[in-house]
Write a protein that binds this ligand. Structure first.
Ligand SMILES: *[C@@H]1O[C@H](CO)[C@@H](O)[C@H](O)[C@H]1NC(C)=O
Ligand SMILES: *[C@@H]1O[C@H](CO)[C@@H](O)[C@H](O)[C@H]1NC(C)=O
Ligand SMILES: *[C@@H]1O[C@H](CO)[C@@H](O)[C@H](O)[C@H]1NC(C)=O
Ligand SMILES: *[C@@H]1O[C@H](CO)[C@@H](O)[C@H](O)[C@H]1NC(C)=O
Ligand SMILES: *[C@@H]1O[C@H](CO)[C@@H](O)[C@H](O)[C@H]1NC(C)=O
Ligand SMILES: *[C@@H]1O[C@H](CO)[C@@H](O)[C@H](O)[C@H]1NC(C)=O
Ligand SMILES: *[C@@H]1O[C@H](CO)[C@@H](O)[C@H](O)[C@H]1NC(C)=O
Length: 347
């Protein structure tokens, strides 16, 4: 082998190898305690929900995961007497943090039992975390780096086959549904400035124009755009305000939340307008008016319906059944020694 050939070979090997540490770093940086994925779990998995989120119970008759979601060997219960038989015990944060429920620290915890900290709220709503350090094995949240990721919605490949037809009979430009308006939130400031340039139909408790579940989507569908403004701008926090309110209504979302790259990774392609893309709110308003008046430009934001569809999650049972789907690949040994740091991490 001549000198130049061996150098070529050397580079050929070295260049790809030099990426390996980066790949490993990426794969494992959020799972520092991960050793090896669990052996395939062939038996039944029993999941105990210690208390229902927000005190609203759902029926858990018979084999819910199989009957509703075609997930077999996955048994949900909310009967706390079955604690010692549970493979996984799930605790929803709000009730723990407010003292409406407490951890079973007085009970013998089986060695292989996993405790799951669950919350769908952004960090600002997850208070009183330090008391839970060193107790939980897994996290369950909308975050992509949670052990069990339970987003509000997701994008699937393949159109829904219902044919794509942009509505032509809109009666308004922009709508917004807001129940808890707080002037100190970024979304309030953006709204206050945007409404200087364009009229915005506002619904919800704040405006004393609440919409029933049935009225919600048809009302939003009357306008071309919907303000999918999250109440908190946090890593990966994209709520039903995007998935359900905008996408399911067929309105084009104007988003305020995590950075554009997050939406690009999670939402369908070319499906949203990001507030941060504009130098000023005046520019944003001008863009909305331009797109509204140009049918082709508007339809560009709806093209994704041909190639993608979305799925939303609203039922806690479906989320809990997801634990079984992910169970075989969840970290076998892990403890959250500092839950507050994990919850508040932004990178
Ligand atoms: C799993 O659960 C089903 C239904 O309760 C039961 O018939 C079966 O014996 C269980 N299998 C194992 C391995 O425990
Ligand atoms: C249910 O899941 C099984 C395997 O997990 C699959 O073969 C079957 O097609 C699924 N049934 C439905 C109705 O989706
Ligand atoms: C909960 O489980 C215990 C122990 O199996 C049982 O005695 C009790 O009846 C169950 N409670 C309910 C409400 O199903
Ligand atoms: C934090 O804990 C205190 C004392 O247990 C409680 O009074 C308070 O409501 C909790 N805060 C939140 C936001 O859950
Ligand atoms: C909205 O417009 C009014 C009148 O032009 C102006 O006084 C106000 O400062 C503007 N508000 C914002 C938040 O830009
Ligand atoms: C627009 O027209 C479609 C079909 O004619 C109708 O189903 C829909 O309710 C209309 N939407 C609005 C907002 O009027
Ligand atoms: C789960 O967490 C508990 C509490 O920190 C710990 O004692 C236990 O070893 C953990 N289990 C696994 C399998 O990592």
């Amino acid at each position: 082998m001549g000198l130049s050939e061996s150098r070529t070979l050397f580079l050929f090997l070295l260049v790809p190898l030099s990426f390996l540490p980066a790949v490993f770093y990426y794969r494992f940086q959020d799972k520092p305690n991960m050793v090896h994925p669990q052996k395939c779990h062939h038996g039944n998995i029993s999941i105990l929900l210690w208390h229902w989120p927000f005190g609203r119970p759902y029926k858990l008759d018979r084999d819910v995961c199989l009957e509703m979601y075609n997930i077999s060997r996955c048994f949900l219960t909310d009967n706390t007497s079955l604690f010692s038989n549970a493979d996984v015990v799930v605790f929803h944060h709000q009730e723990l943090s407010r003292g409406m429920s407490s951890l079973p620290l007085h009970l013998d915890r089986p060695a292989s039992q996993k405790w799951v900290w669950m919350s769908l709220e952004p960090p600002v709503n997850n208070a009183n975390l330090t008391q839970f350090n060193g107790l939980f094995n897994w996290t369950m949240s909308y975050r992509r780096d949670a052990d069990i990721s339970i987003p509000y919605g997701k994008t699937l490949l393949g159109g829904d086959g219902q044919g794509f037809q942009a509505a032509t009979n809109h009666s308004c430009l922009v709508s917004w549904v807001v129940s808890k308006y707080r002037p100190d939130q970024t979304r309030a400031a953006v709204y206050q400035r945007l409404k200087n340039y364009t009229s915005i139909k506002v619904y919800g408790k704040w405006n004393k124009r609440p919409l029933s579940d049935k009225e919600l989507l048809p009302t939003i569908a009357q306008c071309q755009f919907y303000l999918s403004f999250e109440n908190s701008e946090a890593k990966d926090y994209i709520s039903e305000k995007l998935w359900r309110n905008a996408f399911q209504a067929g309105a084009v979302p104007v988003v305020l939340g995590p950075i554009r790259a997050t939406y690009e990774a999670i939402a369908p392609p070319d499906s949203f307008i990001h507030v941060a893309d504009f130098k000023s709110i005046a520019d944003l308003a001008a863009h909305l008016k331009h797109v509204a008046a140009d049918r082709q430009a508007y339809e560009k934001y709806l093209q994704w319906h041909r190639t993608h569809r979305i799925k939303t999650y609203r039922d806690w049972r479906e989320r809990l059944c997801q634990i079984c789907v992910q169970y075989p690949s969840l970290p076998a040994r892990k403890v959250y020694q500092d839950l507050e740091v994990w919850v508040n991490s932004q990178d």
